[in-house]
Design a protein around this ligand. Structure first.
Ligand SMILES: NC(=O)c1ccc[n+]([C@@H]2O[C@H](COP(=O)([O-])OP(=O)(O)OC[C@H]3O[C@@H](n4cnc5c(N)ncnc54)[C@H](O)[C@@H]3O)[C@@H](O)[C@H]2O)c1
Length: 294
């Protein structure tokens, strides 16, 4: 679709990281931006930073895992601007699960699914009917991850399972929109190709009491800085992708109507090939060996 000044973009998880970069980029294109996030202080800061750069901003505190709050977000976005053209279901969390799957705290699964999977579904249900009814062009971008969206990543299995679900959900959404000959498109986003310096490693800051861990963690949470130091100490190269590059990929992808917002990367291409080959050959998943820890 054409992205034009005066259109409206809704971004969830917009108070920081990738979501804020997308909102900033949409605003730079002249779009009005609706910022939704569960973290009130960070949201206010993000909204006032964008406003002082001249953006037209509507900010709402929203937990995307709570259906009513996402429906209210849609009400307030339409009340504020009368239209929505771009919807980025971007809010996401790392689950904080430890150990083997059979040892996981069920609330790690419940919380990660509430935000990463139900949050995307709630966004689709709250906005897409009105986007379709408007008859105007529109686009939905759902944020997955190479972790799960491409490779199963057993070392972060809960997160990976949720991000795999986002890919399948978006493929289904794409098919349903095509079946309706809709002017609304859909894309699935794989931020990268490298790591991103965002708040994802501190996701537990936003964990609500209703999904509190039922057992205390065995080990403290590891920050991105600590992980990076450990990788460097082990002689492993750590590379980062600037969040602005992800925002560029999104804007270009919406303009070109591309479904797969998947940056060029030989590493992810190899993972895709290895998994596809295993399935086609009916061979056991030897591609998981690189993830198997002792
Ligand atoms: N950082 C990475 O390396 C990376 C890689 C691939 C995919 N992603 C995905 O990108 C998306 C954005 O993450 P990020 O890396 O910018 O991390 P981030 O923590 O900086 O941003 C996520 C935002 O979502 C918000 N949020 C969390 N729970 C919410 C909820 N219930 N309702 C509304 N907002 C909520 C947070 O407050 C935060 O502002 C996520 O879906 C994440 O899974 C990140």
């Amino acid at each position: 679709m054409e992205l034009e000044a005066g259109q409206v973009a809704v971004v969830t998880g917009a108070a920081g990281g990738i979501g804020l970069a997308m909102a900033r980029r949409f605003a730079a294109e002249g779009l009005k931006v609706v910022l939704a996030d569960v973290e009130e202080g960070a949201l206010e800061k993000a909204a006032s930073a964008l406003r002082s750069d001249g953006a037209d901003v509507h900010a709402r505190v929203v937990d995307v895992g709570a259906r009513e709050q996402v429906l209210e977000l849609a009400e307030s976005a339409y009340a504020a601007y009368g239209a929505v053209h771009v919807l980025c279901n971007n809010a996401g969390v790392g689950s904080g699960a430890e150990g083997r799957m059979w040892e996981h705290d069920p609330n790690d699964w419940a919380w990660a699914f509430a935000v990463n999977v139900w949050g995307v579904f709630h966004g689709v249900q709250a906005f897409v009917p009105r986007m379709l009814a408007s008859g105007e062009p529109g686009h939905v971008v759902n944020t997955s991850s190479g972790d799960g969206g491409i490779a199963p990543l057993p070392t972060a299995s809960v997160y990976a399972v949720t991000k795999a679900a986002v890919v399948t959900m978006t493929e289904s959404l794409y098919a349903h929109l095509k079946a309706e000959h809709a002017r609304v498109g859909a894309s699935v986003l794989f931020p990268g190709p490298h790591m991103l310096r965002t708040g994802l490693w501190e996701s537990h800051r936003n964990r609500p009491a209703r999904y509190a861990k039922q057992r205390p963690r065995r080990t403290p949470y590891r920050s991105l800085g600590q992980w990076e130091a450990a990788m460097r100490q082990a002689g492993r190269e750590v590379r980062f992708t600037p969040v602005e590059e992800v925002a560029d990929l999104v804007v270009d992808g919406i303009r070109e109507g591309r479904f797969w917002l998947l940056p060029q990367s030989e590493h992810s291409d190899e993972q895709i090939r290895a998994r596809a080959a295993s399935m086609l050959d009916r061979a056991n998943p030897s591609y998981l060996e690189s993830f198997i820890l002792d």
